[in-house]
Design a protein around this ligand. Structure first.
Ligand code: BDP
Length: 654
């Protein structure tokens, strides 16, 4: 249907007549020379490789501890710019950095230095070999099609440059739920295909990982067990890993989802998660590989006899005691919240408390619970809150620094996120959802950037518009998370969505479920009691100060109230409103905001290129229907339960 693909934020031409040639120092050693030779003219139009130091952009390797692994500095030289770094990766990131600055940076002061705040900066694909994507909302997989490798290397190349341009340096290319066919990715036939993908990502400084099935020794190797302590299993993995590195010497390592949602794991054999992860980590260590082990394990069904059984507690209950018992090349990957990527959750209590194990913080860019890339929902404000959250261990310990500082090997720490791209021509389904991928990369490189700054950067790079128009798009983006929360998730009550699909309302859809339950609404009140005295005791998993704050109704922040407490509908919030009135007001407000977005977008019609305009317009229409449906179902539900009318007399279906 479309002729060319939307290259997002890398399409504009730099208008800078001063730049004409470029030169890379130590060129013979640079693994990225070919990549840069291809990129430079694309980014800085007309530029050519000069081999001469007086070129207008010079890339030099220096030795400077402050620039760390991938950092760079751009200095203004007489004829142009000099980019310096300790590593060739840093020069590559510096090349994209310079391009961005020339396009957006009216008030940049040189020298401009940029050093990433996190070492591993990763995206996780949940792509299946049949071409489908678990929780994917932008078409089918860019890697696979009907149980074959799609083999569109040009497309993968475009994707690699998008990722590198925002500073990402690691990728896993298959779903964490590893079905039978993907379990065989570790065999020679597939590895030869995977090698081609790995080479492309490597040429942009990105390491490639595979998700593996913990039971692969049985599925692939025909062994009778996958017990991590069995010698036979250990030997099998060593051979497999040796074979992987023989074919792909620059392979990154494994990502593992074990003992979670039906996936096999060490628990099957009465072993613990350190035993499972360490067996693999030891086997892959001689090759410099990593094992990234997910903490999304919640094998704890509800049981009315035991009030402590609470899904929110699971990750901490399972992993906290294992702190310090993992190999140096094993990394725990922890979701940002204790449940599952809801629009509002507290921060996982493992951050700050886990002090002797390498770890990675996991976000979700794909909008599973946040609107399926139909609804606009700019996620940077939410991620910023998580990064800036003070766990209050040892006085002060913000998540963004705890992830690194509490990892004994800081190179093996960082941030990962489930990515949102697919075969859709604009990569992300909704054009505005590109801002989440762009912003994710920018934010995890520079944790200090604000949501507003990132939104401004992305809009400037993406649309050819005057400032007042760019500001309007930014105003939609930066308020959209609050809007989505308003019509879906009052005061942190999550999971009122349609089961399995996770789009659209179904207030009781997950309530009374064996894995649930979430809102606990009855005729008098709503919310899950997670306090120490009368609830599940989840609050105890936080530092003393945070525990006291959350455990007490009067100090618990409004936005998290119903996650921690069961309260009466007439309970008065810090905001001065009752809980029931808050529910009504936010749901009406959410719909009104979406209507405002439509008006703003309509006003941009004559300035925005038609395809992008129509794409967002069509999605805003769907979002309106969605928001109205949420408003009506949630308000009606709570009106019927409580019998308390809206004090503003608005229409609620009954
Ligand atoms: C949940 C998704 C499920 C994923 C799981 C995970 O609903 O599809 O497999 O997370 O993170 O949010 O493994």
């Amino acid at each position: 249907m479309f002729e060319t693909r939307d290259l997002c934020w890398l399409t504009k031409e730099v208008q800078s007549p001063g730049i004409s040639t470029w030169y890379i120092d130590h060129s013979k050693d640079s693994p990225f020379l070919t990549t840069m030779e291809r990129e430079m003219p694309l980014l800085f139009e007309g530029i050519s490789y000069s081999n001469k130091p007086e070129a207008s952009i010079v890339f030099s390797i220096i030795e400077e501890t402050a620039l760390n692994q991938d950092g760079y500095r751009i200095e203004q030289a007489t004829q142009g710019y000099e980019v310096v770094s300790n590593s060739h990766e840093g020069l590559l990131f510096g090349m994209f950095g310079l391009y961005r600055l020339l396009l957006t940076g009216d008030d940049v002061t040189f020298p401009y230095q940029s050093v990433p705040d996190q070492n591993i900066r990763m995206v996780n694909h949940w792509d299946n070999f049949d071409g489908s994507i678990e929780r994917g909302y932008a078409g089918s997989s860019i890697f696979y099609d009907q149980n074959t490798f799609r083999g569109d290397m040009e497309l993968i190349g475009q994707y690699a440059r998008l990722l590198a341009s925002v500073g990402l340096n690691a990728i896993s290319i298959n779903n964490v739920n590893v079905h039978k066919l993907e379990s065989f990715f570790i065999k020679e036939e597939s590895l030869k295909e995977i090698k081609k993908i790995v080479e492309i990502f490597s040429s942009y400084g990105i390491k490639t990982f595979l998700s593996i099935n913990f039971a692969a020794p049985m599925i692939v190797g025909n062994l009778t067990t996958a017990d991590p302590l069995s010698l036979e299993v250990e030997t099998w993995w060593k051979e497999v890993i040796g074979e992987i590195y023989r074919i792909i010497p620059n392979f990154g390592g494994f990502l593992v989802k074990a003992d979670s949602e039906g996936e096999p794991g060490p628990f099957t054999y009465g072993r613990n998660h350190d035993e499972g992860a360490n067996m693999l980590a030891k086997a892959i260590k001689p090759f410099g590989g990593l094992v990234i082990w997910r903490c999304f394990v919640y094998d704890c069904t509800q049981d009315w006899r035991d009030r402590n059984l609470d899904r929110a507690r699971a990750a901490y209950d399972i992993f906290k005691d294992l702190d310090g018992r993992f190999e140096d090349n094993a990394i725990l990957q922890i979701k940002n919240g204790p449940i599952d990527f809801q629009i509002r959750e507290p921060v996982s209590p493992l951050f700050g408390s886990m002090k002797k194990t390498n770890h990675i913080l996991e976000f979700q860019i794909t909008q599973e619970y946040t609107g399926h890339q139909k609804d606009v929902c700019y996620l940077i404000p939410m991620w910023k809150e998580v990064l800036d959250f003070d766990t209050k261990y040892d006085g002060k310990s913000l998540v963004k620094s705890a992830v690194r500082k509490n990892s004994p090997n800081q190179s093996n720490s960082g941030i990962a996120a489930v990515v949102n791209v697919g075969m859709d021509r604009n990569w992300t389904g909704n054009k505005l959802a590109q801002a989440n991928l762009y912003g994710y990369g920018r934010l995890i490189w520079n944790n200090e950037l604000s949501s507003q700054e990132i939104a401004e950067e992305w809009t400037k790079l993406t649309f050819d518009l005057e400032k007042p128009h760019l500001d309007k798009i930014c105003s939609i983006l930066t308020t959209s998370r609050d809007t989505y929360e308003d019509y879906t998730c009052p005061l942190s009550v999550g999971f009122m969505c349609r089961p399995s699909l996770h789009y659209g309302p179904d207030v009781d859809g997950y309530e009374y479920d064996k894995w649930g339950t979430y809102h606990y609404a009855d005729r008098d009140g709503v919310g899950r009691d997670r306090t120490i005295a009368t609830g599940t005791g989840y609050t105890k998993q936080y530092s003393k100060e945070r525990c006291e704050e959350y455990d007490c109704i009067s100090t618990c922040p409004d936005e998290l109230l119903l996650f921690f407490h069961h309260v009466l509908y007439t309970h008065v919030l810090h905001s001065g409103k009752t809980v029931i009135q808050h529910i009504y007001d936010t749901h009406f407000q959410g719909v009104e905001r979406v209507l405002e977005y439509q008006v703003i977008w309509d006003g941009l019609k004559e300035f925005i290129e038609e395809e992008a305009y129509e794409n967002v317009k069509e999605r805003l229409i769907q979002q309106e229907k969605h928001a109205v449906n949420w408003r009506d179902q949630v308000n009606t539900y709570f009106y019927r339960k409580s019998g308390i009318p809206d004090e503003k007399g608005r229409r609620i279906f009954d």
